[in-house]
Unconditional design. Structure first.
Length: 392
């Protein structure tokens, strides 16, 4: 029995990076012998033996596509496994003795920091690999795409092969990209290869739409402005958890979607674009089968980022409404982080202090249990608390 470490874990080992999830290829044995050696293994494969041991995957070689295919040696099975992987830099295997087996171009591309398909049909075999390749650019900023990868991605885009990917898989890759060190590279590369359609059509619609007046946004279109904010996010908030980066990143993607619906004769201004952005944000998140947390975050970002950007000038009652809306959805901090990136103004501490002030307000017993009037009186008391608070 031979067990080889394969894929990204080998790549990262050679790059001196922390290993990703470890996957293994099992050779020179059969299913029954493997289970006798590893009785704790849990079988998860349907078409060929795949097992999980302590969360790590152990896969047997894929069977031949044809039942009449001649038998092949174990070494040929190993080479076939490497050739079936997505990128040359992932087509590597390391056995227990330390011997390295790899695609003929794997080490060359690893040294040159290039992403190249392992063979010409790799993206056609599994179109979701196009999204994974783009996500690699976000995860590993030291790499750049080979022209062959760009051509292959353009090919599957023009043949509409991206349409058949499971929505959950598309959403999963997008969230992983948002939590990566350079998330903007994911969307920039998809746009370059015409792969935003059909999953991110609302984002694609921002291309060639002015971000706003030149004195505020320069020559950037709304798509470029969105990617610029994504680019600055990791450095601005380096201590964010992956989930926090995903939520804030998704809100950044959604915040200006309404600008695509501004009539061109009104450009470069986008008056009222926040009212137009909630529905596109909801559509895009629903299409990707994202969790409700993201659907709410995208809609809030689109509809309320401009009001949050004017926070110091809002009337006390309006501030109460905004703060309570964000508090109920657990989105106060990420929305004001969006404002910090978008406008360069940091109102987080002020908003959080105001929230604590209004949450401390209690409705007198004489005003309770009066239905809608009780709610109105509580709002008035909370607004008064903000009016009477000492200036920050």
């Amino acid at each position: 029995m031979r067990i080889l470490l394969v894929g990204g874990a080998v790549r990262n080992l050679l790059l001196g990076l922390p290993p990703t999830d470890k996957d293994f290829l099992v050779l020179d044995t059969d299913r029954e012998t493997f289970l006798r050696r590893f009785p704790m293994a849990r079988e998860v494969g349907k078409n060929f033996p795949v097992f999980l041991i302590n969360g790590q995957e152990y896969a047997f070689p894929r069977p031949p596509s044809s039942a009449t295919a001649p038998p092949i040696t174990e070494e040929e099975k190993l080479q076939a496994d490497l050739e079936e992987r997505d990128l040359t830099i992932n087509a590597m295997a390391l056995d227990e003795s330390g011997e390295l087996f790899c695609h003929p171009l794997a080490l060359e591309d690893l040294h040159a920091r290039l992403l190249r398909p392992s063979h010409k049909h790799t993206l056609e075999t599994d179109p979701a690999r196009a999204l994974r390749a783009a996500r690699f650019l976000a995860q590993y900023p030291i790499f750049r795409p080979h022209s062959i990868l760009e051509q292959a991605m353009g090919g599957i885009a023009s043949s509409n092969r991206l349409h058949g990917i499971a929505p959950e898989r598309v959403g999963h890759e997008l969230l992983k990209a948002l939590s990566a060190p350079a998330p903007e590279r994911y969307f920039r590369f998809l746009a370059k290869c015409r792969c935003l359609n059909p999953w991110l059509t609302e984002l694609e619609a921002l291309q060639a739409v002015p971000a706003g007046p030149k004195q505020f946004h320069g020559e950037r279109d709304a798509f470029g402005h969105t990617l610029h904010l994504l680019q600055t996010m990791p450095a601005q908030f380096p201590d964010h958890t992956p989930e926090q980066r995903c939520v804030l990143g998704w809100m950044l993607l959604c915040h200006d979607l309404g600008k695509a619906h501004t009539p061109p004769n009104e450009w470069p201004r986008h008056i009222g674009h926040e009212q137009k952005g909630g529905a596109p944000a909801q559509r895009m998140g629903t299409r990707l089968a994202l969790a409700n947390r993201y659907l709410e975050a995208g809609s809030v970002a689109a509809q309320w980022h401009m009001q949050a950007a004017r926070y110091p000038t809002l009337r006390p009652g309006t501030r109460v409404d905004l703060l309570m809306r964000l508090y109920s959805k657990r989105l106060l901090r990420p929305l004001f982080e969006l404002v910090c990136l978008d406008q360069g103004e940091d109102y987080r501490q002020r908003a959080e202090r105001d929230l604590q002030r209004i949450l401390a307000v209690r409705l007198p017993k004489t005003l309770q249990n009066m239905g809608r009037e009780s709610g109105q009186r509580l709002r008035e008391l909370r607004a008064n608390a903000l009016t009477n608070a000492r200036p920050d």
